[in-house]
Design a protein around this ligand. Sequence first.
Ligand code: ATP
Ligand code: MG
Length: 776
Amino acid sequence: ALRPEADYLNELNPAQREAVELLDGPILMLAGAGTGKTKALTTRIAHLLNTGRARPNEILAVTFTNKAAREMKERVGRLLGQPAEGMPWLGTFHSICVKLLRRHAELVDLKSNFTILDTDDQLRLLKQLVQAANIDDKRWPARMLAGIIDDWKNRALTPDKVPAADAGAYNAKGVELYAQYQTRLRELNAVDFGDLLLHMVTIFQTHPDVLEQYQRWFRYILVDEYQDTNIAQYLWLRLLAGGHKNICCVGDDDQSIYGWRGAEVGNILRFEKDFPGAHVVRLEQNYRSTPHILAAASNVIRGNESRLGKELWTDKPEGEKVRLIGHWDGEEEARWIGEEIDAMQGGTRGVRPMSLDEIAILVRASHQMRAFEDRFLTIGLPYKVIGGPRFYERMEIRDAMAYFRLVVSPEDDLAFERIVNTPKRGLGDKAQQTIQRTAREHGVSLVQGARIALEQGLIKGKGGAALRELVEGLARWNAMTRGPRIEFEDDSVIDDGTAPVRYGLPEVSHIELAQIVLDESGYTAHWQNDKTPEAPGRLENLKELVNQLDNFENLQGFLEHVSLVMDNEQDSGGPKVSIMTLHAAKGLEFPAVFLPGWEDGLFPSQRSMDESGLKGLEEERRLAYVGITRAEEVCTISFAANRRVFGQWQNAMPSRFIDELPEDHVEVLTPPGLYGGGQMSAGIESRAAQANVYNSPGWKRMQARQGQYGMSQPRESRNTVIDATAVASFTLGERVFHQKFGYGGVVGIEGDKVEVEFDKAGTKKVVARFLSAKDD
Ligand code: ATP
Ligand code: MG
């Protein structure tokens, strides 16, 4: 039996109800975050089904992600009191268009079994065309052309429709190449991602009979997150809704965050013109967040000039203020958030006890995730990464680690198999089998096998040359892990008659070596030449990987760490903290949200700050608005004063968005490790001076707010490692401080271990980096 209507309708306010019950004609629901747009949209689907207005396959419902589509289906089922079966047209634009295009492929000269090109192939194809046209691929790289073509496709421009002046540096050649590319794709019976929509728009425009069929078929159309549709998607919708005009779009101009991918917030503003007489429903009550959180979000977004402007209110109890905290560096930030989550879980943080499922960390850039994942793996805090694999499971990280493993141990055959043809070296199955066979016959590792196969001339040509380069590279990099070394004697060690202690440091540090390996193997270039939207993120992840090596003495130690932490973790199936990017968090909500990395250059991104005009910056600000409005009860914003970039410390300035938070609704927290008269090591001191962080206006501003300006200095945080020079910098008799054992005097030095006679704890041998100099 179906559910009585009144049940689900009663859960709505009058404005939402209107949007649900007005089933015919165009409706635009334009409202701020958390006002129940998605809830109303979902209820509308349930209502259409419940009242028998439409069968499940007559409803076209577009969501932004597959995850959102699954959730919507579940919710419809819950509203109806029975599972929503067979809604084939509830999905993302792309998933729906693939299905449609398979049915009508022949109308654009494709076969229904067309392949969807992966971006590697796509780029290779464009490269061939560029070269064939005698264009210098160095000056006009194929990936630049690919970006231009994507942009055209997002704007629904087929080659014949592109304005001649639009090809930038390529001029008329650009359009010509675009046309050739499309021809080539047809010959290959292939499409790229952008074609899915473009072809469907073309089919609808050129075959009115087909269009009419679907206009009749899809009796009701619903679109969530309408503010992020691009022009091709918009045209597609407008064509489909052109007959009955039963289209319901919901969106929020303040949450338009995909402009960089061609989304047009103007689509929302144009709705009333395209569908005259459209019903516009405005929702103002926010059901998600507390007044403090809402006030913070509203104040930030007010900084944008180009917006429709909406006011939100809530009748929720006041709750916690938005919490703001600054940290010494990114590792410290991750450590603090880990402890904070632990405390929240235990209910000792002044807020109600929370399950890990109720907590999310939203980052601006995916490379920020590494610090959290590492920390959480170390302390055994279960987490999941939404919208992508976890850091050490990412393809580029696994590839890079495979290289590092081979450099450290050339017998690692699994690692060799992974990277032998990554990046592509023209080594097909046959060549790889030859290597395997040779290795087996000689009872040696694959690297050795490859070397022998080359010597015996078993692998020739381009692939052979590339393989030789790889094998030689591996030998060279491996040698670098062992030497040459800079050696020195330390005469501060007690002369006990044995040979003097010699210190040796490799001439090339393991951090430099890692970079060399990635560069010389062609792996860095592989991603630099990739034009997919993910490529820049992958390069950043690789940088972050190299950065992190600073925490370890050598590659070996790092690899051990990773295998240990990855092994530590078992999927208990229990609740987990969610980690994701702000972009992936759109439409979601969590009782507690952490927003780390609010620093200029990271958030807002450097690119948006370098841009002339406000467009990029305003999109970043909308992203900040999306972030804050995900929080229901507790919202914690943080920044770090220092970030490591390429193993170098860089002073980071607190985000300009922090200035835009309303003081009355923000509580500034005191970081435990930074104030309160702690100890400071020589390493930190010099870095602090170098970074000049205490002179940054943001830092001063924060201290001033706390009324603590100038009171104290940073203390060594647990995760910060003193540079190598500090190891040898202790002298006998020197007074030192240890976090656990307190004060003492140095009585011996052995390598990186220092023997200390502690005032209270007795004589102990401790690792030098846990000691700081006490100059009194
Ligand atoms: P966003 O812009 O972030 O996508 P939204 O406008 O889609 O937000 P929803 O996710 O639909 O908002 O709703 C936000 C929260 O408010 C949800 O938890 C939802 O269940 C609740 N909610 C929505 N409408 C009502 C209502 N009328 N009464 C009580 N709770 C509601
Ligand atoms: Mg929503």
